[in-house]
Design a protein around this ligand. Structure first.
Ligand SMILES: *[C@@H]1O[C@H](CO)[C@@H](O)[C@H](O)[C@H]1NC(C)=O
Ligand SMILES: *[C@@H]1O[C@H](CO)[C@@H](O)[C@H](O)[C@H]1NC(C)=O
Length: 494
């Protein structure tokens, strides 16, 4: 999810050479490495939400008239009236269950490569519908009927109260290992949803692996329904916001895993599997060679605001967008030049520029549906594909990954635009690839996702990404000074 703040670029140059590990830790790291496999696999499950009034385990009923747009669609929604979630499966997100604190309160949080902070809902969030804050959920749908609402009502923003039992809450007062940092956490996403709380550290457990002293913000004021596990650059942390008096970065979860020797490099592999799969995974510190076909192709992560400087988000450049039809054996180039896009698991759709969107409309002849999305024949899933060329490396995205079904059975294309023409390669793109993200060397390796693997072949990443080769026209300064210069070239039709 994109944030509404600009990270502090001034401090970036100081951090350009990476974060160093204090000397004293080296020994303990070496000890730890010997007793761990060197990677952590975090399984994510696909979750669905409609609006503030209820979570669906199946995406079945989306109410297009609701004033509440989906919380995870942080980028498109501009006003309370934005009918952002007409698409039946649009509001899908990838969530992980994490046990927090000495009592192991289980919270379900959105897994987000588009932000960098880990925050959970406090059991005393006054936005929680009475009776749903209480204790952490252990079984969905049967919350403890205890609510300790704090006295202060947060300012209302037009959102409904939220049922906090669906995704669990954390009660830090019940955790003997909780350490309060005494500092305030505040984050606002582009859709104006916000979360506010207190920073602290506690132990967490993710799928059986216990991690000590993890920085986590516990939010007692939030109009989101679930917390977020942001795993991007430290530079993108909310503590590093320009609006802060004394901005700083801290060790977020991926950096903490490295610091404690659980992984040897701040690198992880994202595998969202096929669009119909119910699970996805992030492998911290390793690559699973069975989850992709062909080769891993390296692309530089770039700072799209200031090419050449330390990146702060997982932004890669591309130079061509093409539409194709297998049945017609035909390709039509939509645009070429230099563009950049953010790889963001926390955004459901793929956002392209208005020009590109219009060209896709022209070339396909797809009509614009009631809410601005292109309406397409559901059967085109097996025929049409979108190809994005990243520095000479083509990634094909089948329409079966891009088409989303509406309530009435019709299909819409999971491509949208946003006001600022920011390209976001969200879940409708990411399901096509296996993405290895190396935040130390500032490179991403992409390969075609393999949906058919039932086994693992895990290789720990300790140096460069294994068996990855550079894209044909690899260039870390690709795009030059100007950022996005993408010329629409579309002629012809499919
Ligand atoms: C989703 O719906 C299908 C069909 O109604 C049902 O069999 C399945 O159990 C549901 N899945 C969940 C997670 O509720
Ligand atoms: C919280 O405090 C711990 C211990 O001093 C520190 O390591 C960590 O960076 C702090 N977290 C944040 C978000 O400031």
């Amino acid at each position: 999810m994109r944030l509404s703040f600009v990270p502090l670029l001034a401090v970036l140059s100081q951090l350009a050479h990476g974060l160093s590990i204090p000397d004293g830790l080296i020994d303990s790291i070496k000890r730890e490495i010997s007793s761990h496999p060197g990677y952590i696999k975090l399984s994510a499950k696909k979750s669905y939400a409609d609006d503030a009034s209820g979570i669906l385990t199946n995406a079945t009923s989306i109410n297009p008239n609701s004033k509440n747009f989906p919380y995870f669609q942080r980028t498109a929604a501009k006003t309370d009236d934005d009918p952002a979630f007409i698409l039946k499966n649009q509001n899908v997100f990838y969530s992980v269950d994490i046990a927090v604190g000495s009592k192991g309160d289980v919270v379900t949080v959105l897994l987000d490569t588009g932000s960098s902070d880990f925050w959970v809902m406090s059991s005393s969030n006054p936005y929680c519908i009475e009776g749903t804050g209480g204790d952490s959920h252990n079984t969905l749908g049967s919350p403890e009927p205890t609510s300790t609402s704090s006295g202060d009502e947060p300012e209302k923003t037009g959102y409904n109260s939220v049922d906090c039992s669906d995704f669990g809450t954390f009660d830090q007062s019940g955790s003997s290992s909780w350490h309060d940092n005494g500092t305030t956490f505040y984050i606002q996403y582009e859709d104006k949803t916000f979360s506010q709380g207190t920073w602290g550290t506690d132990q967490i457990s993710i799928q059986g692996v216990k991690i000590q002293d993890v920085s986590v913000a516990v939010c007692d004021k939030s109009d989101s329904r679930f917390g977020v596990l942001g795993i991007s650059y430290a530079e993108l942390e909310s503590t590093n916001s320009q609006s802060s008096d004394s901005p700083y970065t801290y060790q977020n979860l991926p950096l903490t895993l490295k610091d404690q020797g659980l992984i040897s490099k701040n690198t992880y592999s994202v595998y969202l599997d096929d669009p119909n799969a119910q699970t996805a995974s992030v492998l911290f510190g390793a690559v699973d060679k069975n989850k992709y076909t062909d080769d891993l192709i390296l692309l530089p992560i770039i700072n799209s605001d200031s090419p050449g400087d330390q990146p702060y988000e997982i932004s890669v450049t591309f130079n061509k967008i093409t539409l194709g039809s297998k049945k017609q054996n035909k390709k039509v180039q939509i645009a070429s030049g230099a563009g950049s896009g953010v790889l963001d698991t926390g955004t459901t759709l793929t956002y392209l520029t208005h020009d590109v969107f219009d060209a896709i409309k022209k070339v396909t002849g797809f009509p614009v549906g009631q809410y601005g999305y292109l309406t397409a024949d559901c059967d085109l899933g097996d025929d049409y594909y979108l190809t994005i060329n990243f520095q000479g490396f083509d990634v094909d995205v089948s329409f079966s990954n891009l088409l989303l079904q509406n309530d009435d059975g019709s299909c819409s294309l999971g491509i949208a635009t946003n006001e600022d023409d920011i390209v976001i390669l969200g879940d409708t793109f990411l399901t096509s690839v296996y993405a290895v993200i190396d935040l130390e060397d500032n490179v991403v390796a992409l390969a075609k996702a393999n949906y058919d693997s039932n086994s693992e072949s895990i290789e720990v990443v300790s140096d460069s990404i294994p068996s990855a080769s550079q894209a044909p026209s690899y260039s870390a300064t690709y795009g030059g000074e100007i950022g996005t210069v993408l010329h629409v070239t579309a002629t012809g039709s499919l």
